[in-house]
Design a protein around this ligand. Structure first.
Ligand code: GDP
Ligand code: IMO
Ligand code: MG
Length: 424
């Protein structure tokens, strides 16, 4: 049975969670394959808001099984916090949420390393502080990484930590840490988590292969956005994982040939959290208005998100990288009342006009956006449920976005609620 992927085509927070939730009923299994608790998805169902960070959005659909794939990095207390908070709200996930035994574990020393590296001004990336980068570094470096399966073997975990923690302390000391870690205290703490996590742990590639053979329908939920992808994003101002659909194979064990539909999620404007170039940024009063109206404050860190016009050069680039078949245009309602909207159609780089996206951050930094103006609309569109309910200005804007990106919009979102959606 062919799989579907929902992927963000900007710098994250495109409202991927809403799309995964909307489509949820058509799938048996939702799979996360990258990132960790740096992600933050808010999904609103009949006025009730669910905030998810590490768990796949599928967890709020009663008939869906959710999988945290091997490519995800897991902070156990966060995993348990989310499981507990959903249980309090009446959603019990035992038996319907599986965590890969090969996913890598985030420890407090990862967060401390990140804190020290991010505390200066030089080399700062503006990370979420969740230990994501240092954990992936350990994974690729191999020697000091610990996987979820290892948490479930107490003697082994103690031995591993006895080896790893002294090295980490040396590293942290060199970075200027005052607080060092004790291997046996961490082992005690994590063995406590392991007891509770054990029922969720699975050989997830095997589970997914068996599910495919049984004809189950899979949807893959990318965390972050394509411009944060470690290979193709605005390096070094990216995250440490593959947030494009290319991450699916490695991060879940499901070969690419099973993924037949790729849905690129696009915010009607652009937002970005953290450092790095952002050519269409609106660092002015209009930007503030959009930030307030779109409630553009990070779910994970509460940081105000930077906002700007939709950058069609960037989205064309990411749609091509992702192999997107269609786009969904989100938060269109936020642009109501802006008399003149702008779309970036090219850049000027050192006096030359270019229409491709230079993903090298140092080149992108020098790019000045070339805009095309589209007149806006003043009506509130949050009650629109079909395209014909939208004012002509909103339809013109959507048409132009589709034209510039080269893909049709299959969904238009006009409010946070599941109901506030136009299926095209
Ligand atoms: P994700 O990380 O891509 O899942 O996106 P986030 O959940 O971090 O950010 C999207 C935010 O926009 C959330 O707070 C959603 O509830 C909200 N949202 C989703 N769709 C719409 C929409 O069409 N209009 C408005 N105003 N808000 C929306
Ligand atoms: P969702 O899934 C927006 C950004 C951080 C920082 C950079 C690296 O909600 O779209 P990291 O902690 O990953 O090492 O930070 O990536 N970032 C996100 N921005 N949405 C996200 O996830 C993000 N996850 C990471 O702000 O700039
Ligand atoms: Mg988010």
């Amino acid at each position: 049975m062919p799989g579907t992927c929902v992927v963000g085509l900007q710098w994250g927070d495109e409202a991927k969670g809403k799309i995964v939730d909307l489509l949820g009923d058509n799938f048996d299994i939702v799979v996360r394959y990258n990132g960790g608790a740096n992600a933050g998805h808010t999904v609103v169902v009949n006025g009730r808001a669910f905030k998810l960070s590490l768990l796949p959005t599928g967890v709020i659909r009663p008939n869906v099984t959710s999988v945290i794939g091997n490519g995800v990095v897991v902070y156990p207390p966060r995993f348990l916090e989310e499981v507990d908070s959903l249980a309090k709200g009446g959603i019990n996930l035992t038996g319907s949420l599986f965590l890969s035994d090969h996913a890598h574990v985030i420890f407090p020393y990862h967060m401390e390393e990140e804190r020290l590296l991010e505390s200066g001004t030089e080399g700062k990336i503006g990370t979420t502080g969740r230990g994501i980068g240092p954990c992936y570094q350990d994974k690729v470096g191999r020697r000091f990484a610990i996987r979820v399966g290892e948490l479930c073997r107490p003697d082994h975990l103690r031995e591993r930590l006895k080896f790893v923690v002294p090295f980490k302390n040396k590293l942290l000391g060199a970075l200027g840490a005052t607080k060092l870690f004790d291997a046996s205290a961490i082992a005690d703490e994590y063995l406590g988590y392991a007891e509770r996590i054990r029922p969720f742990v699975r050989d997830t590639p095997r589970f997914l292969h068996e599910s495919l053979a049984a004809g189950k329908r899979l949807i893959f939920e990318a965390a972050q956005g394509s411009l944060l992808d470690v290979d193709h994003g605005t390096f070094p101002f990216v995250t440490s994982s593959s947030s494009l659909p290319s991450g699916i194979w490695g991060g879940s064990g499901v070969p690419a040939k099973f993924v037949k539909r790729i849905i690129g999620v696009v915010k009607a404007y652009t937002s970005r959290v953290g450092q790095g170039p952002f050519p269409t940024e609106l660092d002015n009063e209009l930007g503030e208005r959009i930030r307030q109206k779109g409630r553009e404050f990070g779910t994970v860190t509460g940081r105000p998100r930077r906002v700007g016009w939709l950058d069609a050069v960037a989205v064309r680039y990411t749609a091509a990288l992702a192999g997107a078949d269609e786009i969904t245009v989100m938060l269109l309602d936020v642009l109501s009342g802006v008399p003149e909207l702008k779309l970036c159609t090219a850049y000027e780089l050192d006096g030359e006009r270019i229409t491709h996206f230079p993903s090298d951050a140092y080149l992108l930094e020098r790019c000045k956006p070339v805009y095309e103006s589209v007149s806006g609309w003043s009506e509130d569109i949050t009650a629109a449920r079909k395209l014909s309910d939208l004012p002509p200005g909103a339809r013109r804007y959507l048409d132009r976005v589709s034209e510039l990106v080269g893909l049709k919009a299959s969904v238009v979102s006009v409010g946070p609620d599941r109901e506030q959606t136009i299926m095209v």
